[in-house]
Design a protein around this ligand. Structure first.
Ligand code: XMP
Length: 333
């Protein structure tokens, strides 16, 4: 609509004013905020923007491919794809404590990103060097960090973010979504041509599958989990609820699969199997502070369970998590 077109035109003009002929780096995660920020800044300054996408090896199935197809392929943006999975998995070896895993993933993420940003700052063939760091900070983030002092002192889970990066890198900040609420960011994303499936995605934690594989993270587990989770998400998107006309993906706030590093006995044909177990988790919530487990239709659970067991060799049992928050948290770690 015209209101949104006006808003885009204004935002584009403001970015051009602020950036001038300088260059910008942006950390692209595949999440809603960084994606919309990237699309908007790219609309404003094209090749003066370089996106850095860090794959820590704990992303969902085909996430890297999807991000590259969208931003490098469709939008023709400059995107650097850093495959750092071996580095991350190496540092996570032998570590099973959830908070320690978060710290390691957060720290390595900053290391990898800083190294890429330093290269871009120095400038490369035809590019004179970046002076801005763009972030997809939205209005609720601004409020949250302003009010951080009043928040309760006990951290239940440390959420990693990249605070302090611009100072460390000696870059100026560009935050074109600072005044927008989440809904407005989504509308803007659609208006900029991002696919609705991307813009209306469930949130995905920074440490990714690192906190959805209980205990020690191994590549084998991550590979099994990615495939099982992709089946769950695909079926949630396929199943339409007759009374609302919405898919179960849209009827849930967050849904994912958790890998349990325990084996259970099963039968297949004439043989016995001894394979891993996964748990499906789906919740409905308005603020993620409290959440109800979602009453998914049995037909959906049945389909997902039989597909995972038949298609993902190595998993022979699927369970459904019927715990609400509190006292259970949404993630298992
Ligand atoms: P919990 O498990 O605490 O999760 O009920 C509440 C929301 O926060 C997300 N979450 C995280 N997000 N880094 C993130 O970026 C993290 O370490 C992290 N831990 C939990 C979780 O996915 C849910 O949306």
């Amino acid at each position: 609509d015209w209101v949104m077109k006006d808003h885009i035109a204004e935002a584009v003009e403001a970015i051009r004013q602020q950036v001038g002929d300088e260059e910008v780096i942006l950390g692209l995660s595949g999440g809603v905020d960084s994606s919309v920020a990237a699309a908007l800044i790219h609309r404003a300054i094209g090749d003066q923007l370089t996106c850095v996408f860090v794959d820590h090896g704990l992303l969902r199935l085909d996430e890297g491919k999807m991000v590259m197809e969208m931003f490098a392929g469709k939008l023709h943006a400059r995107v650097i794809h850093v495959d750092a999975s071996e580095q991350f998995l190496g540092h996570l070896k032998g570590v099973s404590d959830p908070e320690q895993k978060r710290k390691i993933i957060g720290r390595e993420f900053v290391e990898v990103f800083k190294a890429e940003a330093a290269k871009l700052k120095a400038g490369t063939g035809g590019h004179k060097g970046a002076t801005f760091l763009a972030q997809g900070t939205i209005y609720p983030d601004v409020i949250e960090s302003g009010g951080a002092k009043s928040k309760k002192a006990v951290t239940i889970k440390s959420h990693h973010n990249v605070g302090g990066l611009p100072e460390q890198l000696g870059l100026k900040l560009l935050e074109p979504l600072r005044d927008l609420f989440k809904d407005e960011v989504r509308e803007l994303g659609v208006a900029l041509g991002l696919p609705p499936e991307m813009v209306y995605r469930h949130p995905f934690p920074g440490p990714g599958l690192g906190v959805r594989i209980l205990g020690e993270v191994k590549k084998e587990y991550a590979d099994l989990l990615r495939r099982a989770d992709a089946i769950f998400i695909e079926e949630l998107r396929n199943f339409v609820d007759a009374s609302t006309g919405k898919t179960w993906y849209d009827l849930t706030s967050q849904a994912f699969t958790v890998f349990l590093p325990v084996k259970s006995v099963g039968v297949m044909g004439d043989g016995r199997t001894y394979d891993y177990v996964v748990a499906l988790r789906a919740v409905q919530t308005s603020d993620f502070m409290t959440a109800d487990w979602a009453e998914l239709p049995y037909a959906l659970l049945k389909k997902v369970s039989s597909r995972i067991i038949n298609e993902v060799r190595g998993i022979n049992r699927v369970t459904y998590d019927v715990s609400s928050k509190p006292p259970a948290t949404i993630e298992w770690e």
